[in-house]
Design a protein around this ligand. Structure first.
Ligand SMILES: [Zn+2]
Length: 125
């Protein structure tokens, strides 16, 4: 399970990129580093507390797994606590509830009322 933190980072990166509109690579790198960092801290703590257990390969694997899960959970919490990143697509204010919605929207996602189509080509021509 040496690759545990790496896999956790990979999954978080994909979720961040695809599901949350964030920069997946950054999330991948920070989650992976966080996982190995957690493993390093665990390892250091065990080296002081019970050095004999570090000779056990399955115990080392379990530490990788624990570090991977910890990094994954922390990253997932942070990822889903942060608001979904505002997309770069044009937005405008809903005339009914004044919330910011996508310019292409036909129905406001906040108040559910219909929006008269606001097409730039119509404005221009
Ligand atoms: Zn609205």
């Amino acid at each position: 399970m040496v690759f545990g933190p790496f896999l956790a980072g990979l999954i978080i990166g994909v979720i961040a990129q695809v599901g949350r509109g964030r920069i997946g690579v950054l999330w991948f790198v920070s989650t992976t580093l966080g996982g190995y960092g957690a493993w390093f801290i665990l390892h250091t703590m065990m080296a002081e507390a019970q050095p004999a257990r570090l000779l056990d390969q399955s115990f080392l694997d379990a530490m990788f797994l624990a570090a991977a899960i910890a990094a994954f959970v922390v990253a997932a919490i942070v990822l889903f606590t942060l608001p979904r990143r505002a997309s770069s697509r044009p937005t405008f204010k809903c005339p009914h509830c004044a919330e910011l919605i996508l310019a292409e929207a036909k129905v406001c996602r906040f108040c559910g009322r219909e929006i008269a189509p606001l097409s730039p080509t119509t404005v221009a021509g």
